[in-house]
Design a protein around this ligand. Structure first.
Ligand code: ATP
Ligand code: MG
Length: 418
């Protein structure tokens, strides 16, 4: 029904062409004429309400079920021309509710596909230990346990390890972190992103949860009832430009706050007009800087131009404090921090500005509340950067250019906060 190929990447790992699946006896097809391209090395998240056909689509991709019509092409090959067993061994599948074999140990579960592929025993056991370590389970402790001797979150980790075992190019993950408490879930998501930074698989990831989709996806496909794709785009574009009322409602409240977490400071231009003074400056020079400043605070920079502290006008009368490094610098944010972190730091320190540094810790500029507001309202990768904002605040900082369509993608999708 929906042709999403307009937004596709030229280097598609998985291509779905006009795909339809009608289960026997079903009035409406579960999937109806769906076309979609999944770029190589990206995480594409299918998000949508229960029953909209997400699991059906996963099963179609690895041929656990056959389409009624349409084509599925993986890495240039039509899957219907492939031997299903061979196909499945090349695809890691972490299924909804983990699906571990209850009568096999953790090690035996993980070893399933490598054994089918006839790997030698030493290679299999080395791989099992490597994967257990990768997903944060100590091999000596967990290798010989049975699934029921693990917590739900640990079982899901084993499920992910099993899907990764034979180093497949494609991973299908159907709600792998569902039914897990929010804290463990966040830890698993962060681990997942960290692992993906190294392994760069093509991953189709299913979730009900829009926050999880925004956090993990390089792209998001928002599904509506009947397997319709309501929108397929980057998280930024989906949040800032929902395609229709259905998508807007699905995103729910807080779209702007969600967007804050997507924007790293490395992609934000900082204002460079804040008055500064070198820490080597003496009493007179400091007083002069304060006097000529159009702000109540002057930023002190050390010999390496790293932020050392704020010097306030109220210190002018206090020689000792005037010649020290000023007030402590409550918050200084690096390139990996996000606009969310910047706003949080402002609220925490009750300031209306934060100091931004580069990778080397040197001063890059400042970011103010008005600039953040402007960024959130104008920066939209899908609609092009730099749209004029009528509300351009007094802080003429923070370029709106945080990435147009041709900007580098999310180089590291992790949202870790230093
Ligand atoms: N084997 C089947 N026979 C008949 N209908 C089916 C079968 N499997 C799924 N369906 C129907 O197809 C539709 C899509 O189901 P699917 O499992 O793909 O949904 P889903 O998006 O994965 O849902 P959830 O988020 O609850 O896992 C549903 O209406 C479901 O009832
Ligand atoms: Mg499902």
């Amino acid at each position: 029904m929906t042709d999403a190929s307009a937004t596709a990447s030229p280097d598609a790992m998985i291509r779905l062409e006009n795909l339809t699946k009608a289960y026997p006896g079903q009035a409406e097809p579960a999937i109806d004429g769906l076309s979609l391209e999944i770029p190589r090395g990206e995480i594409v998240v299918f998000v949508g309400p229960s029953g909209c056909g997400k699991t059906t689509l996963m099963k179609l991709i690895n041929r656990l079920i056959e389409p009624t019509s349409g084509r599925i092409v993986i890495d240039g090959r039509d899957v219907t021309e492939m031997n299903p067993d061979e196909l499945r061994r090349g695809i890691g599948y972490a299924i909804q509710q983990t699906g571990l074999f209850p009568h096999r140990t953790v090690a035996q579960n993980i070893a399933t596909v490598p054994k089918l592929l006839g790997w030698p025993a030493e290679k299999v056991s080395a791989r099992v230990d490597e994967l257990l370590t990768m997903v944060g389970l100590a091999p000596d402790t967990y290798r010989d346990r049975y699934p029921k001797q693990l917590s739900g979150g640990q079982q899901q980790r084993v499920g992910v390890a099993r899907a990764l075992a034979a180093d497949p190019a494609v991973m299908l993950m159907d709600e792998p972190f569902g039914a897990i408490d929010p804290i463990t879930r966040e830890a698993l998501q962060n681990e997942f992103l960290r692992i993906q930074r190294d392994i760069r698989k093509t991953i189709v990831f299913v979730t009900h949860d829009i926050d999880e989709a925004v956090k993990l996806g390089d792209r998001i496909a928002v599904f509506g009832p009947g397997g319709r794709i309501a929108q397929y785009d980057t998280p930024e574009a989906v949040l800032s430009d929902p395609a229709d009322d259905y998508v807007a409602e699905f995103i729910g409240a807080g779209a702007y706050v969600k967007r804050l977490t997507l924007t790293r400071l490395s992609r934000v231009e900082a204002a460079t007009d804040w008055p500064t003074v070198p820490s080597s400056a003496g009493r007179e020079a400091r007083l002069a800087a304060l006097r000529s400043a159009d702000r109540d605070f002057v930023l002190v920079l050390d010999d390496e131009r790293r932020p050392a502290g704020w010097l306030g006008r109220d210190l002018a009368a206090d020689d000792d404090r005037l010649t020290g490094d000023g007030l402590p610098l409550l918050s200084s944010l690096g390139p990996d921090d996000t606009l969310f972190d910047a706003l949080n730091a402002m609220l925490a320190s009750n300031a209306d500005v934060v100091v931004v540094t580069g990778e080397d810790g040197r001063y890059r500029g400042t970011l103010g509340m008005a600039a953040i507001q402007e960024l959130i309202h104008t920066a939209s990768p899908s609609s092009g950067a730099g749209a004029a904002s009528p509300a351009a605040g007094a802080e003429r900082s923070a370029g709106r250019d945080r990435g147009g369509p041709d900007s580098p993608g999310k180089d590291s999708p992790g949202k870790e906060v230093r």
